[in-house]
Design a protein around this ligand. Structure first.
Ligand SMILES: [Fe+2]
Ligand SMILES: [Fe+2]
Length: 321
């Protein structure tokens, strides 16, 4: 934080009761002038997670795009990457309006302090993994952002997400179209399945701790999101599992008709071998504390991706500060 940056208490003049009254009257929060310190802290946190996730997907997808089978396929991947950078820009720009020092946040932050899901720390090494990421990770992003779009009480973000949602639909469709094409060939299908085996479970983790472990109070009450972690995980499986069934790819989850919900058919959460990109499912279920330790350590690509994003700024601002 620079010395000119105002504190949260100085920026957000409303009391918690005033915020609750405003929301109860059906009004949106349009800026810091309508926020309490707690609201400002909460909306900054969720916007940072969202913007970091969008931003890190750019180097992750760029690495995989070099495996594009043809130049026009590379072009499609580039247009997805451009979308992701624009999505990141929306989030960081709003954070700037909320009093955050944007250059410091994006370009001067330690790689380990970025808040995107661990899944992006694991390298995407083929065109198969890029299109699976579109079908799995972009689907996760879509589920989360649609929920924010519906439930958010922060007007500027809510409105911006109308455009983001449409673009995520294109990313999803890109993934699904390619998967349908690739499964027609037995060797391509085998490669897809091998990648799906680690990527599916990693995306299940994306939605975070199960509801019985996590208290959502403020996030739900202030309308930063509408659904709980487990509800979001269910919504994601409801989109992904039927599609994978349809194309004949196996996933460790199925719909339990009697319970009316999706059930995970493998140990979860489990231990992940990040170098081999494989789950140690034979060791059974591990604790969420162990998962959180891995998340906190960050994974193999964290430093590389963040350095790549920060390199140009460092070169042109070498003397800054
Ligand atoms: Fe995005
Ligand atoms: Fe996307």
């Amino acid at each position: 934080m620079t010395s000119t940056e105002l504190s949260i208490e100085e920026l957000a003049p409303r009391t918690e009761d005033e915020v609750r009254e405003r929301l109860a009257a059906g009004k949106l929060v349009e800026g810091v002038q309508h926020m309490s310190p707690e609201y400002l802290r909460g909306i900054r946190r969720i916007l940072t997670v969202s913007a970091d996730t969008e931003l890190i997907s750019a180097p992750a997808y760029l690495r995989a795009a070099q495996h594009a089978p043809a130049l026009n396929n590379y072009g499609s991947a580039m247009s997805i990457i451009q979308d992701e950078l624009a999505h990141a820009h929306i989030g960081y720009r709003l954070l700037g309006d909320l009093g955050v020092d944007m250059p410091a946040l994006i370009y001067e932050r330690e790689p380990k302090r970025f808040k995107y899901p661990y899944a992006f720390d694991v390298a995407l090494d083929s065109w198969h993994e890029l299109v699976l990421a579109n079908a799995l990770y972009d689907q996760a992003g879509f589920v989360l952002l649609s929920d924010v779009h519906t439930s958010s009480t922060f007007g500027p973000w809510k409105r911006a997400l109308a455009k983001v949602d449409k673009e995520e639909t294109f990313h999803l469709r890109h993934g699904r179209t390619w998967i349908k094409k690739l499964v027609a060939d037995p060797e391509e299908k085998r490669r897809l399945q091998a990648s799906l085996d680690w990527m599916f479970i990693l995306t299940l983790e994306w939605f975070g701790l199960p509801d019985e472990r996590k208290r959502h109070g403020i996030q739900l009450e202030y309308g930063f999101k509408g659904m709980t972690n487990d509800e979001l995980r269910q919504a994601w499986m409801a989109a992904v599992v039927p599609f994978m069934d349809e194309v004949g790819l196996a996933v460790p989850a199925h719909h339990d008709e009697a319970a009316g919900r999706y059930v995970i058919d493998c140990p979860f959460p489990a231990d992940f071998d990040e170098e081999r990109k494989a789950w140690r499912l034979d060791q059974g279920t591990i604790s969420w504390e162990q998962v959180m330790e891995r998340w906190k350590r960050r994974g193999p690509m964290n430093r590389d991706y963040v350095n790549r994003l920060q390199r140009g700024y460092r070169m042109t601002n070498g003397a800054r500060g």
